[in-house]
Design a protein. Sequence first.
Length: 146
Amino acid sequence: MQFSDEYFMRIALQQAEIAFDEGEIPVGAIVVCQNQIIAKAHNQTERLNDVTAHAEMLAITSAAQTLGSKYLKDCTLYVTLEPCVMCGGAIFWSQLSKIVWGASDAKRGFQRVQPSIVHPKSRVVLNVLQSECEEILKRFFEKLRT
């Protein structure tokens, strides 16, 4: 059975909820290979005291370990928020086949700074479950302000 982008984004949103509950900026990511989830991650910058511990970075590292390969050519990354430039660079080097995100990031998203940073063979799909992905971020930042 072939699952949809929406199906996998809902699982990435579950990871974002974990981040939310842990007081992390609620971003979740998963890597899918041959219709199977091979990595799940959420932001852990606070827990690990590491500015590079973004959901995408952790998911890419986990997927590479699972496959035993630094290249993820036949894989798709699902992430609830548009990756930053750092994560965009990791996406480029890992050669992911497809990148799918939910909410765009007008302030820190890689498209604002370097839209061509992803590998030329990578396909990008935008705004999958956009409102749900935006809503969790809105909830998180409202909670911070109260």
